[in-house]
Design a protein around this ligand. Structure first.
Ligand code: PGA
Length: 252
């Protein structure tokens, strides 16, 4: 059975974000646990800590899961101790990279301008970018959430971003790791606004929702118009939960 996105923007994508969690051993456990996962018609990705990318690429080569990173530097190489370039990620087998995650923005001071340069570098390295945007609860309380997110997109997306190399992920900051997703109305409103913004630009980006997606909520959120996939944090560490989210999307 095929589960294409309602918007017609490619296959529904379920992407995991392990953040700074996991190990060589948990990768192997995850791999054996998801063995045989039927993901017909949807795309799957797992964004792991950079030191695990090469191992994950090798392990998951017999699965439909694309491996990704969670950050990259904007320069190709140089005196940037501790940093990882997009080319290095790609060289280790990554096909995807998450950029502009709210944890990078708040904890590591990444501005839209920095995210834009990183996005450029990742596209040039042949990676698919999952570009994250989202408002804080204070911004939502003030009623500015749509403006905040559309301004982030305006400022962080370079001209070379197109529907083949870039996916947008709407992640309300207050829903990340909180155990409580945004409501279906809130998601529908924001995804509708991003969809319209994309259409106005002539670049109909695929739009993921992220923020406490769980097996119990995946089927419902997945049917909201203009939700073209999920970015899953906590639940992606558990292979059973990750598989259940994927199957909930396919079978409802
Ligand atoms: P969460 O994280 O699913 O644990 O809320 C989502 C994310 O940070 O990408």
């Amino acid at each position: 059975m095929t589960r294409s996105t309602q918007s017609g923007r490619g296959a529904f994508l379920v992407a995991g974000n392990w953040k700074m969690n996991g190990s060589s051993e948990s990768l192997r456990t995850f791999h054996s646990a998801i063995n045989g996962l039927q993901a017909d018609g949807i795309d799957l990705a797992l964004c792991v800590p950079a030191p695990l990318i090469a191992q994950a690429t090798e392990l998951f080569s017999d699965t439909p899961i694309a491996v990704g990173g969670q950050n990259c530097h904007s320069e190709k190489s140089g005196a940037f101790t501790g940093e990882t370039s997009a080319d290095l990620l790609a060289g280790c087998g990554a096909r995807v990279v998450i950029l502009g995650h709210s944890e990078r923005r708040t904890l590591f001071g990444e501005t839209d301008a920095i995210v834009r340069e990183k996005t450029r570098a990742a596209i040039a390295a042949g990676l698919t970018v999952i570009l994250c945007v989202g408002e804080t609860s204070a911004e939502r309380d003030e009623g500015g959430h749509l403006n905040v997110v559309l301004s982030q997109l305006d400022a962080a997306l370079p001209d070379e971003a197109d529907t083949k190399n870039t996916i947008v992920a709407y992640e309300p900051v207050w829903a990340i790791g909180s155990g409580k997703s945004a409501s279906t109305d809130q998601i529908a409103e924001m995804h509708g606004a991003i969809s319209q913004w994309s259409g106005d630009q002539g670049r109909q980006f695929q739009i993921l929702y992220g923020g406490s997606v769980k097996p119990e909520t995946a089927a419902e959120i997945g049917t909201i118009e203009a939700v073209d996939g999920f970015l899953v944090g906590g639940a992606s560490l558990d292979p059973a939960a990750f598989s259940s989210i994927a199957t909930a999307v396919i079978y409802g």
